[in-house]
Design a protein around this ligand. Structure first.
Ligand SMILES: Nc1ncnc2c1ncn2[C@@H]1O[C@H](COP(=O)(O)OP(=O)(O)O)[C@@H](O)[C@H]1O
Ligand SMILES: [Mg+2]
Length: 289
C-alpha cells in the first residue's frame, strides 16, 4: 500500500463533490522594514467535506499564514479562498493554537462554554454539550479548575473541548501538540481522533511532524521551504477508526513517513541555508552602515 504522491502545484480531483475549502492561486507577501517577504506563493488546494487535511512543512514556510488566511484573519495578496456550505447558525471555524489559547481567568467549564455563550445558546444546551466534551477529553473532574491548576496536556484538552463544543463548520489547528512531551502528544492525538470520528468535521491541521501528519491525516499537503508552495499531496490509505500506536507498527506507515521525509529533506536543508544567507546578508548590511 504505497502513498499516492501527486506532483507539485496541481489540485488532484479525488472526488467529484464540491470541495469544502478551495484555495486558488493564493500568495501572501509581507513588507518588513522596506523589504518584501513572500510567505506563500501561488498555493492551490481543495479540501473535501469531512476530510482530515494536514499541512506539513519546514519552519517558516508559511503554514500559520495559510491557516490565518483560511480563518479570515489575514487577506491574501493574490488569489482566493472559498468556503462552501457555511450556515448562519454555526461559526465558520474554530482555531486551536500552538501555545495556550484558553483564558487564564476562566474555569475549565467556562472556557469550554465560551463560543456557545457568545452565541447566546440556551444554558441547558450549553451544559449538555460542554458536559459531553469535558467527558470526552477526560476533564469532567476538573470542570471548576483554573488553567494554572492544569498540566500543559490538560490545557490543550480544554482547547479541544472548546473548539468541538463550539460546533464550527471547520476546525483549524496550528501545531496544537508541538509543546507537549512525546507521551502526552500520542495520547492527545488518539483522543483527538476519537472525538473527531464522532463528528467528522472538516479539519485543517498544521504540523512540522511527519509522524503526526501520517498518524492523523486523510490527505497531507507537503510544503516547500519559504516561499511556501505546494510540493506534493499525499493520500494516507489507513482506515478509520485508527489507533495511533497500532498504526505506527505497520510497515506501510514507515513507507509513507519515509516518502514524505524524502520530500521534506531538501526543503529543510534549503530553509536552513536561507536562514544562514539571511544572517550573512544582515551582517553585511550592518558593516556597510
Ligand atoms: N505579520 C507578519 N509580518 C511580517 N512577516 C510575517 C508576518 N507573519 C509571517 N511573516 C513571515 O512569513 C513567513 C512565514 O511565516 P509563518 O506562516 O509563521 O511560517 P510557519 O508557520 O510555517 O513557521 C516567515 O518568514 C515570517 O517571518
Ligand atoms: Mg507556524
Amino acid at each position: 500500500m504505497a502513498a499516492t504522491l501527486t506532483t507539485t502545484g496541481t489540485v488532484p480531483a479525488t472526488t467529484t463533490t464540491q470541495p469544502k475549502i478551495g484555495v486558488m492561486g493564493v500568495s501572501k507577501r509581507f513588507t518588513v522594514s522596506d523589504r518584501e517577504v513572500t510567505a506563500l506563493d501561488a498555493v492551490d488546494l481543495a479540501i473535501e467535506p469531512g476530510q482530515f487535511f494536514v499541512i506539513v512543512g519546514p519552519s517558516g514556510c508559511g503554514k500559520t499564514t495559510l491557516l490565518r488566511i483560511l480563518a479570515g484573519l489575514e487577506d491574501p495578496t493574490e488569489g482566493e479562498v472559498h468556503l462552501s456550505g457555511a450556515s448562519d447558525d454555526r461559526p465558520d471555524n474554530s482555531m486551536i493554537f500552538q501555545g495556550d489559547s484558553i483564558f487564564p481567568w476562566m474555569t475549565v467549564r467556562d472556557n469550554a462554554s465560551y463560543g456557545l455563550t457568545l452565541r447566546n445558546r440556551p444554558a441547558s444546551e450549553i451544559r449538555d454539550v460542554v458536559d459531553h466534551y469535558l467527558d470526552k477529553t477526560g476533564l469532567t473532574q476538573f470542570a471548576d479548575a483554573y488553567p494554572h491548576q492544569l498540566s500543559g496536556g490538560m490545557r490543550q484538552r480544554v482547547s479541544i473541548a472548546r473548539a468541538f463544543a463550539n460546533d464550527p463548520d471547520v476546525l483549524l489547528m496550528d501545531e496544537p501538540f508541538s509543546a507537549l512531551d512525546e507521551q502526552n502528544k500520542t495520547l492527545l492525538q488518539d483522543e483527538l481522533l476519537r472525538i473527531w470520528e464522532e463528528t467528522r468535521k472538516t479539519v485543517v491541521f498544521i504540523t512540522h511532524s511527519v509522524d503526526e501528519a501520517v498518524s492523523l491525516g486523510d490527505r497531507i499537503m507537503v510544503m516547500t521551504a519559504r516561499p511556501g508552495r505546494v510540493k506534493a499531496f499525499v493520500d494516507v490509505p489507513f482506515e478509520r477508526p485508527r489507533s495511533v500506536l497500532e498504526l505506527r507498527q505497520r510497515p506501510e506507515y514507515g513507507e509513507i513517513v519515509f516518502d514524505i521525509w524524502q520530500q521534506l529533506r531538501d526543503e529543510v536543508t534549503a530553509s536552513q541555508q536561507a536562514s544562514k544567507d539571511a544572517a550573512v546578508a544582515a551582517r553585511r548590511r550592518r558593516w556597510r552602515r
